[in-house]
Design a protein around this ligand. Structure first.
Ligand SMILES: CC(C)(COP(=O)(O)OP(=O)(O)OC[C@H]1O[C@@H](n2cnc3c(N)ncnc32)[C@H](O)[C@@H]1O)[C@@H](O)C(=O)NCCC(=O)NCCS
Ligand SMILES: Nc1ncnc2c1ncn2[C@@H]1O[C@H](COP(=O)(O)OP(=O)(O)OP(=O)(O)O)[C@@H](O)[C@H]1O
Length: 673
């Protein structure tokens, strides 16, 4: 009886072990679970935080609201490394929570380095797809700072007297340490750099380097290395990428600065062991969708001697081979965004943190290398028993046909022209006839007007759109710029409203001017007649700037859109942010510290919100929660991305012939006439 019981216990223990190991595997990056577990504690780390002070200060801090408006902000670049294997890609997506960016923002919020994503002035250097890793992804963002004495990238709080603050040489928040404490182990911040306010990780990146790792197998790596050189230079890569015409990509020329195939361990070059690892390394200014994986697929075919190296030249020759042959690209997991190059950034490392990261990587490497060698030992043992090693290349997606069909004899994908035709038919592209009969294509661009009543939530909505990557021009911000001292509008305002309207430092006293114009229609009209032409001119310059940078649409956040009507003729979409009158009034009083009478005067200075609602073709109802508004903004964003009702702004075509000044002249004529 007791023997049977012991036997049964053993069986159950074995079962438990089995289930445990299955659970480990199902957790995706199972190896990570065995690493030092990450702490979830820190929420409000002070610059001098140590583990003991952290423990003391933690309790009670967690849910205490933090007034971000009394802290300096600092525009910084953060460099991060991640193992992308367990993630659905870098950028946030609507249909999954499992992205690197989602984890990153959770950490930024948890550490209270940002108030929310919308107001964080965030840009990323590149997107990496599902399964792709990065050693040097760079983002730019505004973080809370300790620097009341200013410094590179620092913006001091507006509504507190910084002269009362301690300006001694106080150290900055330990950004790297703070974030790494709350990030998952497979995402690490490496270092940070203070950057100028206008720095953008997206637009200021000089070049990007990708690496693709692969074992030698039965590949002829020397042939691959020679072939890789053929990628260098500026070529049309339409046959070596996924053509993303639907997202406005019509130009497939890209410049590759260098391309090489080399042994991962230099001394292995001379060996012939099929288990040695090699790297395809490629540096370019910018890359097309799936470009590196297509380039690697071709190299793998060449390495297997299924194609000659000349196939690269043939596929880059789009005159003779205008359509991409059907082929599978290389798999995702060996690809890594190895480096993003920026000029003149002064990266700051936190030594202790780098040591931690290194130790964690060594631990991870040990586990993985040991597993690799266990597998290697098994393979070798089977080979020694006479098993025939497979010549199969495991790095290409999809199944493999028994007999190889050369690329140039395969069925081809749709041509670029027919893809463009498809989108022309759907109204997303327009054909431009050239003077000598030749046709070119202009991607249609459009303007979206976002408006509402005072304090109805325009800025709230426009921040959400910005966060989704939409370019937004805020008329209130522009209105402040155009009345800075010594601008033409400033001079005219002082002339008409008198020097009493100025603060001691010579700037316009906005509160005083507000009191004057919101209680007097004539004065309001006078101010509008001075400021509005200047505001429209400045906005126009920004619109062109965005279009010339390749944006397909721009959102104009203009409170008086329907009152002035000057811009409405150029808009394809108008969006009104609505909220019920009582909510609008109470939010306005609360935000601006106004009496009910003052708030009512300001509301009355504008077209009734109900009327505006009737004039718009999209309405965002913002009387409820921010989450509710966010859901509506996501839907609006999808509509804009898919929009087919375009107003063609032909500035790009004109820019090509007349240059930017020509464009400005042309557009100014339209907008300011
Ligand atoms: C009157 C001024 C100095 C008050 O400045 P203040 O910093 O207090 O407010 P801010 O500029 O942030 O505007 C807040 C809101 O007031 C409303 N508002 C602003 N100007 C006007 C106006 N002329 N008529 C009706 N509503 C206005 C808008 O809803 C705006 O979003 C300033 O608004 C101004 O210069 N207005 C004239 C320029 C203008 O029309 N701006 C609106 C953008 S087109
Ligand atoms: N859904 C919401 N729930 C709670 N508060 C909100 C919501 N939407 C906006 N607010 C708050 O209402 C106030 C007005 O919002 P916001 O500044 O976005 O309005 P606006 O239309 O841009 O104002 P203005 O016309 O003055 O520029 C702000 O204090 C904002 O934080």
């Amino acid at each position: 009886m007791s023997e049977a019981l012991t036997e049964r216990i053993k069986e159950l223990e074995a079962e438990v072990d089995k289930l445990r190991s299955q659970l480990g595997e199902r957790n995706g990056a199972g190896e990570d679970m065995e690493l030092t577990p990450h702490s979830n504690e820190i929420t409000d780390c002070k610059p001098d935080c140590t583990s003991s002070s952290k423990k003391k200060g933690k309790k009670g801090n967690k849910d205490r609201p933090l007034d971000f408006s009394v802290h300096p902000r600092r525009h910084v670049a953060l460099r991060l490394a991640y193992m992308g294997w367990a993630y659905q890609g870098f950028a946030v997506q609507e249909n999954t929570e499992n992205t690197v960016e989602a984890r990153l923002f959770e950490a930024l919020l948890k550490t209270r380095l940002i108030q929310d994503r919308q107001s964080s002035n965030y840009h990323r250097c590149g997107r990496t797809d599902k399964g792709v890793s990065a050693f040097s992804q760079v983002i730019s963002i505004d973080l809370r700072s300790t620097q009341f004495c200013g410094g590179v990238g620092v913006t001091l709080p507006e509504n507190i007297d910084v002269s009362t603050k301690n300006k001694a040489d106080i150290s900055e928040f330990p950004y790297v340490k703070m974030l790494n404490r709350v990030l998952p182990q497979d995402i690490r911040i490496l270092d940070w750099a203070p950057v100028a306010q206008d720095f953008s990780a997206r637009f200021d990146c000089q070049s990007r380097t990708y690496r693709y790792y692969f074992p030698r197998g039965s590949l002829d790596v020397t042939l691959m290395a020679d072939a890789a050189k053929r990628y260098e230079g500026t070529h049309d890569f339409r046959n070596l990428c996924k053509m993303d015409v639907g997202n406005g990509v019509l130009q497939f020329q890209r410049t590759i600065l260098s391309a090489s195939v080399k042994a991962a361990q230099p001394q292995q070059d001379a060996n012939t062991d099929q288990y040695d690892l090699f790297i395809f390394e490629i540096k370019g200014l910018a890359f097309l969708y799936h470009q590196v994986r297509c380039m690697m697929a071709l190299l793998l075919l060449i390495g297997q001697k299924l194609e000659a190296p000349e196939i690269i030249d043939q596929l880059l020759d789009v005159q003779n081979n205008p359509r991409k042959p059907q082929y599978s690209m290389a798999v995702d997991y060996p690809l890594i965004l190895h480096d993003c190059h920026f000029d003149g950034l002064s990266w700051k490392q936190e030594t202790e943190e780098v040591n931690h990261i290194l130790a964690a990587l060594q631990q991870h490497w040990t586990q993985t290398a040991v597993k690799t060698h266990i597998l290697h030992g098994m393979i070798k043992a089977l080979e020694a028993k006479g098993a025939a090693p497979s010549n199969h290349c495991w790095l290409v997606e999809g199944s493999r046909c028994k007999s190889y069909k050369p690329l140039l004899e395969r069925p081809v994908c749709e041509s670029l022209e027919s893809r463009i035709e498809h989108f022309v038919k759907r109204g997303r592209l327009e054909r431009e006839e050239g003077q000598n009969g030749g046709g070119s294509h202009v991607y249609k661009m459009f303007l979206v007007g976002l408006t509402g009543g005072i304090s109805s939530g325009k800025s709230t909505v426009s921040s959400m759109l910005r966060e989704l990557g939409c370019p937004v021009i805020d008329a209130d911000v522009v209105a402040r710029k155009v009345v800075e001292p010594h601008t033409p509008a400033y001079t005219r305002i002082v002339y008409h409203f008198g020097p009493d309207i100025l603060l001691e430092n010579g700037e316009i006293d906005r509160q005083k001017l507000g009191q004057l114009i919101f209680t007097n229609e004539e004065k309001r009209k006078l101010l509008n007649s001075i400021t509005h032409p200047e505001i429209h001119k400045a906005m126009l310059k920004q619109i062109l700037f965005f279009f010339l940078r390749g944006y397909r649409y721009v959102v104009l956040d203009v409170p008086l859109l329907f009152e002035t009507r000057r811009l409405t003729q150029f808009l394809n979409h108008t969006v009104v942010v609505y909220c019920d009158p009582a909510t609008q009034l109470s939010r306005l009083m609360q935000r601006d510290g106004l009496t009910q009478e003052q708030a009512e005067q300001r509301v009355a200075a504008q077209m009734p919100l109900n009327e505006k609602r009737g004039l718009a073709n999209h309405v965002i109802e913002n009387s409820g929660s921010r989450e509710d508004t966010h859901r509506q903004v996501l839907r609006l964003h999808t509509k804009l991305e898919d929009s087919m009702d375009f107003l063609l702004v032909r500035v790009m075509a004109i820019a090509a012939t007349a240059g930017l000044s020509g464009v400005l002249l042309y557009a100014a004529k339209i907008l300011l006439s």
